[in-house]
Ligand binder design. Sequence first.
Ligand SMILES: Cc1cc2nc3c(=O)[nH]c(=O)nc-3n(C[C@H](O)[C@H](O)[C@H](O)COP(=O)(O)O)c2cc1C
Length: 339
Amino acid sequence: MLTDLGISLPVLAAPMAGGPTAPNLVAAAGHAGSMGFLAGGYKTPAALAEQIAAVRGDGVPFGVNLFAPNPVPASEEDYRAYRDTLLSEADRYGVHLPDTPVEDDDHWAAKIDLLLADPVPVVSLTFGLPHGDVVAALRAAGSMVVQTVTSAPEARLAEEAGVDALIVQSSAAGGHSGTFTPTRTPPEVPLPRLLRDVRADTRLPLIGAGGISRPADVAAAVGAGAEAVTVGTSLLRTHESGTSAPHKAALVDPDFDATVVTRAFTGRPARALRNRFTDRYEPIAPCAYPAVHHLTSPLRKAASSAGDTGLIHLWAGTGHHDAREEPVADTLARLAGES
Ligand SMILES: Cc1cc2nc3c(=O)[nH]c(=O)nc-3n(C[C@H](O)[C@H](O)[C@H](O)COP(=O)(O)O)c2cc1C
């Protein structure tokens, strides 16, 4: 799969929505012999089209990642209760929280139309598994389709839907879990074991993800059946990353010594640095995505502007302490054991 795309480095740059992944990060990965994925999540189709044009101009292989709809609707009652609890935080920042749940699909159909009209080399999907017709249409348009899975049963479903390859994401991963069942927190299975479980069930190419921060982690994933790995957290502090300054600093701040899987920020399990917000709100946050994402979004934006690391969603995988401030190319080569 990698050689078909002209990729020589078995460490890929994962998509990271919300700021960290910008076209120059994806281009830098491509120029380093790796491949990056634009993060289509949370963007308008027009903004995504602009980013695709920017990377295409660089002439490197690249992918586009989308959130496949897999909503967990909020009950009015749970939403109201969580919103009421967050009002004191909102008052502190003078922001308004949506009165009623916002249940959107992140422009799914329009983004698929965009990718069918203007195909890209690779499309990666997370959060849910789209209908086989969508997979078939993307493949017919000439894209390779890659699905994020978090277990062997999910891998089987993705294979049945006709995808070309799987990203096998362990619970150690930073940011949202790609689980198909967001009402359940994914079990903490080490990546090599998860890869072996999935390998036993499918012949599709596997790309390992989650907690990879050292060359030995890459070797372990490859030894367990992965053709390549993909890293997110390790790139968060790189020069090309658009991660906010407070987030970059917190990743290596000894005061942030633990990560937790939490629904407090978005209503969907995601791994973040443990902070005041996760301690206080994880126990009461409803499982409801995307309503909780939209509920806390104004608060998180205000906290980011103010540098309030007690309230920002500091997405991080378990290997965050190893993230370095350096060019993307250096991180990818180092992890691949080439420097
Ligand atoms: C800040 C951040 C944002 C992320 N956003 C996305 C995303 O938009 N789409 C996606 O498929 N995965 C996303 N992920 C998960 C990564 O694709 C990848 O699975 C994960 O970073 C791998 O684990 P690691 O962070 O330990 O390297 C994100 C991860 C982080 C840290």
